[in-house]
Design a protein around this ligand. Structure first.
Ligand SMILES: *Cc1c(COP(=O)(O)O)cnc(C)c1O
Length: 389
């Protein structure tokens, strides 16, 4: 019997123990024992698949990984302590001194720091391709380009990268194609269907969805995951079984949560579009989004994030944030609680105005990570805060 991936996200489970538990157990153990020396020897020589040590493998972590593999339509996966651990582990497995990586220009802050601050130190070059100009990315490919890396929708601009176009380029030049699918989750977008070799997540965001634990995962082709596994088992960024247990339970509700996040975000974006205090509202599934057609091609729905630009710039942005009564000011996203952020005065305040603009940040830009609260309460809080601006 073959099940839909949403059923698998609920029903994939470690084999039932003698206790006959219904919900999944937590294997909070750092190592595993053997009946005899032959079994132990076999585990180390990989002639059997017994667990050895939780840095290498753990049943609870494997359960979470197996669900992510099923959801993304991948062959295999490896889970890491955080999204950054998964990104770093993946890049370090496949890149070495003398290589070049082509990345979309607006990537998550720490990924940007990795590319711009640390990679040059290790002799790895990078180029940034502008989102919306994927036709020009071929000019950025060099003989030593080993990886094309992108996020879509992007943070915080919510721009859409055309994965079909980028995949054609990657295949033509025989380059590894990697997508950070954190913003959409497999409930809304599956990059492997568009040719991605590897898909990475920060499970800290929508996958946990309740702001509790950090986690990351990379899924994709079996032989590539094997390389990542070997690198990570020796360098140590593995996921904690406790976090895996929290995250595997979260996956049971991923689809229903994402549908409600999308309902709320879409309703708020529609309601705010045309508001006299705003010069722009951006949501991938609004026809006014510059890449609406591409979004429709690769996403089933628009996701839980939307942005708007308050007239009056930086000052109005700060005033709006200070006027919120219900919404939270916190540097996370993908929570059951709605979160507002003002990139120009916080996460991106150190960038020059020109550099901010290059990644889609204007002075009055507000990014909303829409939660699961009753939508009218959210709308009322946003509207009363806009009155103060
Ligand atoms: C948060 C985030 C990351 C990093 O994940 P952590 O779990 O915080 O390490 C990577 N990519 C995107 C798009 C993110 O939002």
């Amino acid at each position: 019997m073959s099940y839909h991936f949403n059923t698998k996200a609920i029903r994939i489970q470690t084999p039932t123990t003698d206790e006959m538990e219904h919900s999944t157990p937590l294997f909070l153990t750092s190592s595993f024992r053997f009946d005899n020396a032959e079994d132990m020897s076999g585990a180390f020589n990989e002639t059997n698949d017994h667990n050895i040590y939780t840095r290498f493998s753990n049943p609870t972590v494997q359960e979470f990984t197996d669900k992510m593999v099923a959801l993304e339509g991948a062959e295999a996966g490896f889970s890491c302590a955080s999204g950054m651990a998964a990104i770093f582990g993946t890049m370090m497995t496949f890149l070495q001194s003398g290589d070049h990586i082509l990345s979309c220009a607006s990537v998550f802050g720490s990924t940007h720091t990795l590319l711009t601050k640390y990679f040059p130190k290790w002799g790895i070059e990078y180029s940034y391709g502008n989102v919306g100009e994927e036709d020009k990315w071929e000019e950025l490919i060099k003989p030593n380009t080993k990886m094309i890396y992108l996020e879509t929708p992007t943070n915080p601009g919510l721009d859409i990268v055309d994965m079909e176009k980028v995949n054609k380029l990657a295949k033509k030049h025989n380059i590894l194609f990697v997508v950070d699918n954190c913003f959409a989750t497999p409930a809304l977008q599956r990059p492997i269907e568009f040719g991605a070799d590897l898909v990475i997540h920060s499970a800290t965001k929508w996958i946990d969805g309740q702001g509790r634990v950090l986690g990351g995962v990379v899924v994709g082709k079996k032989e590539m995951i094997r390389e990542i596994y070997l690198f990570c088992r020796n360098t140590g960024p593995s996921m904690s079984p406790f976090n895996a247990w929290v995250l595997t339970k979260s996956l049971e509700t991923l689809d229903v949560r994402m549908q409600r996040h999308c309902d709320n975000a879409e309703a708020l974006a529609k309601r705010l579009e045309g508001h006299p205090k705003l010069s722009m509202v951006k949501y991938p599934m609004l026809p006014s989004h510059p890449s609406y057609e591409i979004a429709k091609k690769q996403m089933s729905r628009g996701g839980g994030l939307f942005t708007f630009e308050i007239k009056g710039g930086l000052e109005s942005g700060v005033k709006f944030m200070n006027s919120l009564k219900l919404l939270t000011l916190t540097s996370n996203l993908g929570d059951s609680r709605t979160i507002a952020s003002h990139p120009a005065s916080t996460t991106h305040s150190k960038l020059s105005a020109a550099d901010q603009l290059a990644v889609g940040i204007t002075p009055g830009l507000i990014r909303m990570s829409v939660g699961l609260e009753y939508v009218d309460d959210l709308a009322n809080d946003i509207l009363q805060a806009l009155e103060q601006c």
